[in-house]
Every structure is written in structure tokens, then in C-alpha cells.
Design a protein around this ligand. Structure first.
Ligand code: ADP
Ligand code: MG
Length: 1048
């Protein structure tokens, strides 16, 4: 696209885009985008002027409400790019300039939101742009719909089915270089996500006569030319073909095998590729091409007269190729092409064909073969478009369909035949549907809903449809009847029959029936039908043949035997053997049309009305008369009037409320009352003005598109908030549910655990109670003999006694504690106690050191002597006895020498009191193993042999006096010795031990008598007093006062 100069000034891509957009919109505003907005909406002139002005600006699309009017531009406009598709995606219908994409998108969204099957009906006369429109719609879906890898194959096949079908079913006509010569209805299936998942094509009445004949200026089907132009040399040789269309009779009837606007060579490449994409196997393609080639060879098959005047084939090479390409027996084919089989009175007879008959049989074969191959092709494409099982399962029940109807448009030629009759009949039917669905139903609906409005007059073409199809008296019935009639029916006899039956019908005229001017316009072999779209004269010639579509039985038989897979599928044997007459072409067509109408009625329709601006296929030329004619017969003015009188939009209350309820607090989230009240509340809240809408019985009618558009905008704006609310409440719900689940689980675990714990506790308590009971009982019976009542208690007592012992045995020999045994264990306890003591003692003894043992022995001796006898004993117990109180240095050497072998075992410092006078003198007392000796300095003062020692006396007080009693028979011998020593207990113990005089120690309470000399006694008196005192008392006694610690 070249930019106008002023655009170059704009910098930055974004701004260029914006400027372009606004310029585009400004341009779009030429005239009105929607005829509904036309001031003078009843004026045809204003209508056409609007079309013309917009066409002049290359604005080919205009709406009448939701119907799209499209004018063929005859040139490529740059309005079909991907960017354009994006612009129209998801955008409201009225928000943006009219476009085929807007219709596509709107239909798609209606399918998705309302879940209703949709169809787009494209109508208009031949060459008005129907096929192009349907292709644009398909491309739009292929580009904008979501698609997965898996589905992209389906999408590609959907797209690629077009070039294949066009190659085999389209041809150049006078009206259109790429005219569809068959009707096509295509279903595109979408899954719940809106992705295309499959497709299905219904084909209608292929114009087979074109295979053998074309009017001047027209061509045969494209595929023939494409094969010859584009096929490889090898391939052509194999098929016995030459790269020259001029050589083939079937291709040059219209004298124009070449067309400037068509590139057969590149189209061939496209078709070959498409066949592969769709999934044709190589063998299938080969079989298909064999059929194409065989048609060309049939066209070149010539007949001549034999010697006997019989008809025979004069072109042998063709026959050879034919038998090879068709996969049939040559001689059989030869015979079938020149003879016919008749059954008369149950007998089969073979008769020769005349030259004309042979030509007709040949052409019939060509048409039949091509026609059936075409049907096979459609079936094959359908197989490849059928949605596959796994996809089907996942989207079962939730898939929706958009149907696309691209069917031959109303057609008027110089000579119109059976084909034109069928095509125009088809258009009548579609017009009838359009009337039903829009005009009539619209008016009926207003009435039913009780909406006041002004009725609009329109022409109802039902009368023409009836004329054609009515049972018994309709055109088709008469035609069928004439075809089947015994005798010699002919096209002329058929015409006469028509005149007889239909004469007087307002829409049927013949030369004979007409008068004056009309009579001149209708030929003798013609009849005229006054269609809704205009008058058409049909030549009656060929009607009977084309209707019976006869193929001689023996030809059918030959083809049934074919090796060609496609042919053997197309021609089945039953057909040959059955006696039933096949349905005529017209009846077949009528029935399939009825089915089509049924299909369309079950869907929500959208309309595209195509208009061709001129007959010359020229761009930029707007032929007003031609356009006016089309506007008229397409009923566009009536359409507009109904639209204006009525309402742009209507919806059932529930649907309307469901869609917009979120826009009004009163109706959100749910309206409880009557639907009509809900809608009233809603529109009041939305601020609809009274003239903008009407409320019917079950529907709301909105007059202007703008009103709805504003409401849609509001909904669009509200969506995110709604989504958020939904999301939040859903999340809340989910979390709550999760929480409840967890909580329940926790409760279950908890109660199980608690139950277990309680049971355990109860068990323990029961056990404890039992034990307590046993205990109490046992306690009561404890003094009885062992019996069941007390055995537990006794055992326990015994056990606990033993356990106490085990756990807490006496720790030392001195520890005399011992648990009190139960009566039954008294004896055992004693044994145990003894054993335990013995054990401890043994262990104790083993542990004892020799010195300590000695010490102990001495202490034992001391205890034997003094315990409980002498007051100072208890204090002496903890004081250890020592080996000697005098160190060796303290001994006088002389004394040691004097003692000689008698070793001093113990020495201690003492005070010696004289027996007379009690003078105190310091002395050392030394003990040897056999005597004790008192030493003063170096002198041995007195020796006391242990043998001579009679006894030892000490007081019971705390003093340190001791008296060693020795015999004093003679005077020389010194007598008893009175000594005082700080370690009296130690000294006495040692002395008593060494002298073995343990039993000879006397402990006196108050006085000790001692021998002073023979026969003379001294006395020491002991008294207790606060402190130690030694004094001479009366009567010559020695008086010792010492503290008494332990009162006795
Ligand atoms: N939208 C369009 N843009 C450009 N050219 C178009 C458009 N519609 C139709 N044409 C031209 O018109 C010709 C006839 O259109 P087609 O759709 O085959 O007509 P119909 O199917 O109605 O007979 C096409 O081959 C094409 O050249
Ligand atoms: Mg077409």
C-alpha cells in the first residue's frame, strides 16, 4: 500500500499506525456504514447512491443491521491482511467498519458464547463474490482461532480443500472466470475451546453438461486445462495426452481454452500440493488423473459408418487408451459404446446404436464418469476432514458448528437450460429461507411478542417455489412424469404438458400462452419463469435427457468391472441389476435442497449479500442499472425497511438477563422474580430511554445497535472485576474445603488418639483399683495363713522387702540398719542379715592395711580394757596409737647399749612420783619385748620384767596416772611404780599387750593402793574436779583431782 504524502511527516511507528487508523476510519465514514442509519431509508436511489459512494472509495462492505452487503471490487484490496484480521478479532460488530471479518468474528463469538450452531449464508448472482467471501471467512478462522499441532492438520486441509474442489468444480463462464459449477455447503466444527477440529462438505448438483459442452466464451472445468498445462511430460505420455488443449474436442466447444486471468500451470501445482496435504495417496491421484484423461479421450472418440451401415468407432488409439485408463476390457467397451442392451418381455437383446445415439452414449459416459468422480472426491475430502476419534471424544457434546453456504447464484444466459433452471430454483429456495428467517419471521415475531409496529410489504416467493416443487402439479413432478411416461416422450411434448398444467400461473409463460410483446420475447421451444429475481427464458431442449441422466446399462456394466479403484467405488453392481428406476436429477436436487434448508433452519443464520457492480468483471465500474436490479431481487430494500421499522436486536429475557445481569446490583448475582421484571430493572439501571427498547412477551427488543453496543462495552469493562470476584470466591471455597478436609482428618486422628489414651488410662485405673482392692484385702488378711485373699499382699510385702534390700542394702559394717521383714521372712531375713554382715566384714577385712590392722588390734585391746571404764577413753579412740612417742634421737645411747639385744619397741616421756613424798621426776618409759624400763638420763632406774608385773592400775577419771604393780618381797627390789603420762591409754594398752597382762589392768573409781615397801602401802585418791590437780593429801595420800567427763 502506498502512503499518501502527508503521512511521511509523521515520526514513530506507533503514530503512523494511529494516523493510519484515524484516516481509515475517516474514509470509512463515507456515506453510512449501516443502511439502517440512512436518512431516507425508503428511497432506492439513496440506497444505491450510498453503495456507489462507498464503492468509489473502495469501501465494498456495508451493513443492513447484521446483514453484510458486499460489492465485488474485481481487484485485490489490501484489507485482508493478518493485521486486519487482528483488528476485527473480539471486537463488537458495530464498533468498527463493516467487513467480512466482522461477520466471521461475530458468528464465531455467537457460537462460542451462546453455544448455538451458526451458519453464514452467502448469496448473490454468479460472479458477485460468494466463493471469495467464503474463502475469506475460512481464512479468518484458520488464522485467528486457537489451534494445537494436532488440529493444524485439519485447518490446513480445510483450507486446501478449496483449490481442489475449485479445480474440479469451477469453470470459466461468461459471468465469472472462476464460476462454481456446483453448490457447496461446508460445516466447520469447533471444539469447546473454539479450535477448528473438523469439517464436512455437502456438494450440490455439479453442472455435468459442461464436461461435454460449453457455451461460447466458456470453458470446461479447470482441471483439464491445468493437467495439460502443468502436468509433467512423462505423466502426460502415460495418459496418452498432448500438451495442447486445442486437440481435445471437449475443451474447445467454447473456443477459449486460454484465459488471461487464469494461470493453469501454477494452479496445477497448487492443486497437486493440496491433494497431498489433504492426504491423497499416489495411487488415488493416479486413478483420478486416469479418469480425467479418459474423459478427454472419450471426447476424441469418433464414430463412423461401417460397411453395413452400422456405427463403429473410428479412432482406435483412443479406444486403447480408454480401456487402459478406465481399467476395462477393450472389446467390451467398444461394444458398449456402439450397442445397447434391451430387455423386452424378460429377454435380453442387443441392438446397434445409431450414430447420434452412440455420440450421446459416449457423452453420457463422460459426464457420468466425471460427475461420480467429483462426488468421490468430495467424499474423500470429507474423510480427511472428519474429526478423529480422540478429538471427538474429548469434545463430544461440546463442539459447535459454523456452516458456510456458497452456492451458485442466480444465473441468466442467452440460452438457459436444465442447469440454469436448477440453479435458479435453488436461489428461489434460499430467498424463501431468507424471507422466512428475516422478513416474515421478524414480522411474525413482533406480533407474537405483542410489539406494536408497522407491517412492511414484501414479495413472498413461496408461490414460485410451489410452482416448481409442488407434488403432482409442480414443474418437477410434470418433468418426472414425462420422463417416465411410456411411449415417445420428447422435450416438446413436455412443453405442451407444462402449458396444459401450469397455464395461467402468474409466473409461468410460454410462446403459446403469452400474447403481444411477451410472445415475441419467448421462443417456440422456450418457457419463461418469472423468478423473484427476474424473468428467465429456458430452452426446453435437453430437459428430459438431463433429468433422466441416462447411461446405457451395458456401459454401466463395463465400468462396474473397472480396475480403477475410484470407478469401482463409484459404480456398484447393484445399480445394474436393480429394476428400480433411479431418481431423476431434478428430484434428487429437490430432495437435497430440502435437506439443506433443514440444516440451515436448525442454525442461527448470518447473511452476506454479494453484488456484482458490472458484467465486465472490471474494477471501479459501477453499473447502476445492474446494481439496482440486484438490490431489488435480493430484497435489500425490504430488508432495510423491516430493520428500520423493527429493532436491531432481540433476545429472550433469560439470555439477556444472563448476559448482562452483572451490570445491575438489583439483578446480580441472581434475579429471583419474573424474568420480564428482571430485564425491566436491568434496563432501567442501564438508563435505556423508552424509545430505545420494547419489552415483548418473552423477549426484549432493542431498536438501535448503538444501545446494545454501549451495553456490551459496559459488560466488557465489568468483566475483570467479575472474574476477580469469581476467582476469589472460588479460591475461598477451595481453601475452605481443604481446611474442612484437614480439620475432619485432624478430628478423626484426635478422637482415635484420645480414645486410645482414655482406654489405656481406664485400663490402668481398673488395674490399679484391682491391685488396691487386693492390697486392702490382703492387708486385712495379712495375719492369716497364705490364702487367695492375701497372697498378693504377702507376695508384694515379700517382694518389696527384698527389693528394699536390693535397692538399699547396708552400706558399711557400722551401719546396723536393716528393714523390718514380714513375718514370713523373719528367718530368711536373719540369715540374710548375717550373710550380708559377713560379706561386708570380709570385704572390709580384705581391704584393711597391715599397719591399720595393728592399730585396730591395739584399739580393740584398748577398748577391751577401757571401754566404759575410764573417762578419757572416748576421747582417745579417734587418736591413733603411734609406734613410739620418742624418736630414736631422744634415746640415750648408753641406755641403748646397756639394753643390748633387747630392742626398745616403744618409748614415752612420763612423770614418776616417788612412793614417799610423791616427788615428781621426769623419766622415759621404754618397753622392750620382755620388760619395761624407767630411764633417767643415761641411767636405768628401774627394770620391770613383764613376768614380774602383777597388774596395772589406773583411775576411772581423765587423769594420766598409772601404777605398775610389781612384787616387793625384798627391799632391794624396787616396789610399785607411780607414773603419770599424757598417753596413758596408749601406754597401758601397749604394756598390757606386750606383757600379756590385758586382764591385769584395774580401773579404780576413787583410789589406788600401791606398795611403798614391804608391808607398807601408799594411796592415791582420785576426785573429780574442774581441772587436773596433783597434791599431797592427808594421811600421806596423794590427791589427784581430775575432770570427770562422763558422769557415771
Ligand atoms: N473481495 C474481493 N476482492 C477482490 N476480488 C474479488 C472479491 N470478490 C470477488 N472477487 C473477484 O470476482 C471473481 C468472482 O468471484 P466469485 O467469488 O468466484 O464469485 P461467485 O462465487 O459469486 O460466482 C473472483 O474470481 C475475483 O476475481
Ligand atoms: Mg462461486
Amino acid at each position: 500500500m502506498s502512503l499518501p504524502p502527508h503521512w511521511k511527516e509523521v515520526g514513530g511507528e506507533g503514530r503512523v499506525h494511529r494516523v493510519m487508523e484515524s484516516t481509515l476510519t475517516a474514509r470509512d465514514r463515507v456515506g453510512v456504514q449501516d443502511f439502517v442509519l440512512l436518512e431516507n431509508y425508503t428511497s432506492e436511489a439513496a440506497f444505491i447512491e450510498n453503495l456507489r459512494r462507498r464503492f468509489g472509495e473502495k469501501l465494498i462492505y456495508t451493513y443492513i443491521g447484521s446483514v453484510l452487503v458486499s460489492v465485488n471490487p474485481y481487484k485485490d484490496l489490501e484489507i485482508y491482511s493478518k493485521a486486519h484480521m487482528e483488528r476485527y478479532r473480539g471486537v463488537s460488530f458495530y464498533e468498527i467498519s463493516p467487513h467480512i471479518y466482522a461477520v466471521s468474528d461475530n458468528t464465531y463469538r455467537a457460537m462460542r458464547t451462546e453455544r448455538r450452531d451458526q451458519c453464514i449464508l452467502i448469496s448473490g448472482e454468479s460472479g458477485a463474490g460468494k466463493t471469495e467471501a467464503s474463502k475469506k471467512i475460512l481464512q479468518y478462522y484458520a488464522t485467528t482461532c486457537p489451534v494445537t499441532d494436532h488440529m493444524s492438520t485439519i485447518r490446513d486441509r480445510l483450507l486446501q480443500s478449496n483449490p481442489v474442489l475449485e479445480a474440479f468444480g469451477n469453470a470459466k463462464t461468461l459471468r465469472n472466470d472462476n464460476s462454481s459449477r456446483f453448490g457447496k455447503y461446508m460445516d466447520v466444527q469447533f471444539d469447546f475451546r473454539g479450535a477448528p477440529i473438523g469439517g464436512h462438505i455437502l456438494n450440490y448438483l455439479l453442472e455435468k453438461s459442461r464436461v461435454v459442452h460449453q457455451n461460447h466464451g466458456e470453458r470446461n472445468f479447470h482441471i483439464f486445462y491445468q493437467l495439460l498445462e502443468g502436468g509433467e511430460q512423462d505423466q502426460l505420455s502415460k495418459l496418452g495426452l498432448e500438451r495442447n488443449a486445442q486437440k481435445y474436442h471437449y475443451l474447445v466447444k467454447g473456443c477459449c481454452p486460454r484465459v488471461s486471468s487464469i494461470n493453469d500451470k501454477s494452479d496445477w501445482k497448487t492443486v497437486r500440493k493440496a491433494l497431498t496435504v489433504i492426504g491423497f495417496h499416489e495411487e488415488e491421484v493416479e486413478d483420478l488423473l486416469n479418469i480425467i484423461a479418459s474423459v478427454l479421450h472419450l471426447g476424441n472418440t469418433q464414430f463412423g459408418e461401417g460397411e453395413d451401415g452400422e456405427t463403429q468407432i473410428t479412432t482406435e488409439p483412443q479406444l486403447t487408451y480408454l480401456s487402459k485408463l478406465l481399467g476395462v476390457d477393450g472389446p467390451a467397451l467398444r461394444e458398449a459404446l456402439t450397442h445397447k442392451k434391451l430387455t423386452a418381455k424378460g429377454e435380453e437383446m442387443i441392438g446397434p446404436l445409431s450414430f447420434e445415439q452412440a455420440v450421446a452414449a459416449r457423452d453420457a459416459l463422460a459426464k457420468a464418469v466425471y460427475g461420480r468422480a467429483f462426488t468421490w472426491l468430495v467424499a474423500k475430502i470429507n474423510q480427511s476432514l472428519a474429526f478423529k476419534d480422540e478429538v471427538y471424544n474429548s469434545s463430544k457434546g461440546s463442539s459447535s458448528v459454523i456452516g458456510l453456504l456458497d452456492i451458485y447464484g442466480f444465473e441468466v444466459f442467452q440460452h438457459n437450460s436444465f442447469e440454469q433452471f436448477c440453479i435458479n430454483y435453488c436461489n428461489e429456495k434460499l430467498q424463501q429461507l431468507f424471507i422466512k428467517l428475516t422478513l416474515k419471521s421478524e414480522q411474525e415475531e413482533y406480533e407474537a411478542e405483542g410489539i406494536t409496529w408497522e407491517p412492511v410489504k414484501y414479495f413472498d416467493n413461496k408461490i414460485i417455489c410451489d410452482l416448481v416443487e409442488e407434488k403432482h402439479k409442480g414443474f418437477i413432478s410434470i418433468l418426472d412424469e414425462e420422463c417416465l411416461r411410456p411411449g415417445e416422450p420428447s422435450d416438446i411434448s413436455f412443453l405442451e404438458k407444462l402449458e396444459d398444467t401450469l397455464g395461467g400461473h402468474a409466473h409461468f409463460v410460454t410462446h403459446k400462452l403469452a400474447n403481444g410483446k411477451t410472445r415475441k420475447a419467448v421462443g417456440r421451444e422456450e418457457f419463461r419463469l418469472i423468478h423473484y429475481a427476474g424473468e428467465v427464458n429456458y430452452t426446453v431442449n435437453g430437459f428430459l435427457d438431463k433429468n433422466t441422466d441416462l447411461l446405457y446399462r451395458n456401459l454401466k456394466e463395463v465400468i462396474c468391472q473397472s480396475d480403477n479403484q475410484i470407478l469401482s467405488q463409484c459404480f456398484n453392481r447393484e445399480e445394474v441389476t436393480t429394476q428400480k428406476r433411479p431418481e431423476t436429477a431434478a428430484t434428487q436436487f429437490k430432495n437435497s435442497l430440502a435437506k439443506l434448508i433443514e440444516i440451515l433452519m436448525s442454525k442461527e443464520p448470518s447473511y452476506v449479500r454479494c453484488i456484482k457492480p458490472n458484467d465486465a468483471k472490471q474494477s471501479g465500474r459501477f453499473d447502476e442499472a445492474l446494481v439496482r436490479h440486484q438490490v431489488k431481487y435480493l430484497g435489500l430494500m425490504e430488508n432495510l425497511r423491516v430493520r428500520r421499522a423493527g429493532f436491531a436486536y432481540r433476545r429472550r429475557y433469560e439470555a439477556f438477563l444472563q448476559r448482562y445481569k452483572s451490570l445491575c446490583p438489583g439483578t446480580w448475582p441472581n434475579w429471583q422474580g419474573r424474568l420480564a421484571d428482571g430485564v425491566a430493572t436491568l434496563v432501567q439501571h442501564l438508563g435505556y430511554k423508552p424509545e430505545e427498547y420494547k419489552l415483548g412477551k418473552t423477549k426484549i427488543f432493542i431498536r438501535f445497535p448503538k444501545t446494545l453496543f454501549t451495553t456490551e462495552d459496559a459488560l466488557e469493562a465489568r468483566r475483570p472485576a467479575l472474574a476477580l470476584t469469581l476467582q476469589t470466591s472460588w479460591r475461598g471455597y477451595r481453601e475452605r474445603a481443604k481446611y474442612h478436609r484437614i480439620r475432619n482428618a485432624v478430628l478423626v486422628i484426635q478422637s482415635a488418639w484420645r480414645g486410645m489414651k482414655s482406654r489405656r488410662k481406664a485400663r490402668r485405673r481398673r488395674h490399679a483399683a484391682e491391685i488396691i482392692r487386693k492390697f486392702i484385702k490382703g492387708f486385712i488378711y495379712r495375719h492369716y495363713e497364705r490364702c487367695p485373699e492375701n497372697e498378693y499382699f504377702l507376695d508384694h510385702q515379700r517382694f518389696s522387702f527384698l527389693m528394699t534390700l536390693v535397692r538399699n542394702p547396708p552400706k558399711s559394717v557400722l551401719d546396723k540398719s536393716w528393714p523390718v521383714p514380714p513375718p514370713s521372712l523373719t528367718e530368711a531375713s536373719e540369715h540374710l542379715c548375717r550373710l550380708c554382715m559377713q560379706n561386708m566384714m570380709r570385704a572390709y577385712c580384705r581391704r584393711i592395711q597391715p599397719e591399720w590392722k595393728k592399730q585396730m588390734e591395739q584399739k580393740v585391746v584398748a577398748s577391751q580394757i577401757f571401754q566404759d571404764q575410764k573417762d578419757s577413753y572416748p576421747q582417745s579412740v579417734p587418736k591413733l596409737f603411734v609406734a613410739s612417742r620418742l624418736d630414736s634421737e631422744e634415746f640415750n645411747l648408753k641406755v641403748i647399749q646397756t639394753l643390748g639385744n633387747d630392742k626398745v619397741k616403744y618409748g614415752v616421756a612420763v612423770t614418776k612420783y616417788d612412793r614417799r613424798g610423791y616427788k615428781a621426776r621426769p623419766r622415759q618409759l621404754l618397753l622392750t619385748s620382755s620388760f619395761a624400763v624407767l630411764v633417767a638420763e643415761a641411767k636405768l632406774k628401774q627394770r620391770i620384767d613383764y613376768a614380774a608385773l602383777r597388774s596395772i592400775s589406773v583411775s576411772s577419771l581423765t587423769d594420766g596416772f598409772m601404777v605398775l604393780h610389781v612384787p616387793s618381797e625384798d627391799n632391794k627390789q624396787k616396789s610399785d611404780v607411780v607414773l603419770q603420762c599424757d598417753h596413758v591409754i596408749e601406754v597401758v594398752t601397749k604394756l598390757a599387750t606386750m606383757a600379756d597382762k590385758k586382764n591385769k589392768v584395774n580401773i579404780s573409781q576413787d583410789s589406788i593402793k600401791f606398795a611403798v615397801a614391804r608391808g607398807k602401802e601408799g594411796v592415791i585418791d582420785f576426785t573429780s574436779g574442774p581441772e587436773l590437780k596433783v597434791a599431797k593429801g592427808k594421811k600421806g595420800h596423794l590427791l589427784v583431782t581430775a575432770p570427770q567427763l562422763n558422769p557415771r
